[in-house]
Design a protein around this ligand. Structure first.
Ligand code: AP5
Length: 236
């Protein structure tokens, strides 16, 4: 399915624990915590696909497919897309290009999705659930300034990390714009849904000994080092 992998898998990582063994990681965190940013780096580092359900839905919306038409209303309002649609996408991925490992970004978002994922993976298991921990004040700043390339998905921040030419992507020259769900109202609803539906997953996975909480404040490179250390620690 086009669009769900927002990073091109790089060569399998050399010098990392369990090199050659598929890595299966979930990146969890509130909206704007940096899930997409860090998942793309892990994907490159381990040479496995970055599976972002948000990117998959945005690609479906752009293509005008039936899935995109259904998902758009929910996404623009900041609501979760119904479980059956999301689970269907992830199942297709995991039985295809995700067979040899993956970094999941934006899935699961509630216990029903997490249960469905366990059933899909059995008898295999996850290596780690990386929980990106950051204040609400910081994510509000990040999301208000976020701009995304409409062609390749590269992410910018108008304050901290603007494109070299305003409104144009450094990577592909595409148009850089605000996401439809980065309005104040949609952000507030998304954060409420995170607290009620997604945050309980931290306990759910902690009971399975899978959670590695990482301080997600600070520059992306520093966060990436902490994330990698957490994944490596979990794989030893
Ligand atoms: P999705 O695309 O997954 O959006 P989200 O969860 O709201 O997360 P974000 O993309 O806003 O944040 P992020 O944590 O990835 O942060 P990012 O790296 O971009 O989902 C969108 C919608 O799709 C949902 O609302 C829902 O409708 C639907 N959907 C998706 N999955 C679903 C599911 N499983 N079930 C049901 N519905 C689903 O970073 C944010 C900004 O901060 C960027 O500007 C970035 O450059 C910047 N930044 C990142 N790291 C740092 C740092 N360390 N310091 C400073 N700035 C940073």
């Amino acid at each position: 399915m086009d669009g769900a992998s927002s990073a091109t898998p790089g060569p399998a990582a050399a010098g990392v624990a369990g090199a050659g063994v598929p890595v299966r990681v979930i990146v969890l965190g509130k909206q704007g915590a940096g899930k997409g940013t860090q998942a793309a780096r892990l994907s490159e580092r381990y040479g496995v696909p970055h599976i972002s359900t948000g990117d998959a839905f945005r690609a479906a919306v752009r293509s005008g497919s039936a899935l995109g038409v259904k998902a758009k209303t929910y996404m623009d309002a900041g609501e979760l897309v119904p479980d059956d649609l999301v689970i269907g996408i992830v199942r297709e991925y995991l039985s295809g290009e995700g067979t040899g490992g993956f970094v999941l970004d934006g899935f699961p978002r509630n216990v029903a999705q997490a249960q469905a994922l366990s059933d899909m993976l059995a008898p295999e298991h996850l290596d780690a659930v990386v929980n990106l921990d950051v204040s609400t004040e910081e994510v509000l700043h990040r999301l208000a300034g976020r701009r995304v390339c409409q062609s390749c998905g590269a992410t910018y921040n108008v304050v901290d990390n603007p494109p070299q030419v305003a409104g144009r992507c450094d990577v592909c020259g595409g148009v850089v714009a605000q996401r439809a769900d980065d309005t104040e109202e949609a952000i507030r609803l998304r954060l409420e849904i995170y607290e009620s539906a997604t945050a309980p997953l931290i306990d759910w996975y902690a009971k399975q000994g899978l959670v590695a909480t990482v301080d997600a404040a600070g520059p992306p490179d520093e966060v990436a080092e902490r994330v990698l250390a957490a994944v490596e620690g979990a794989r030893r």
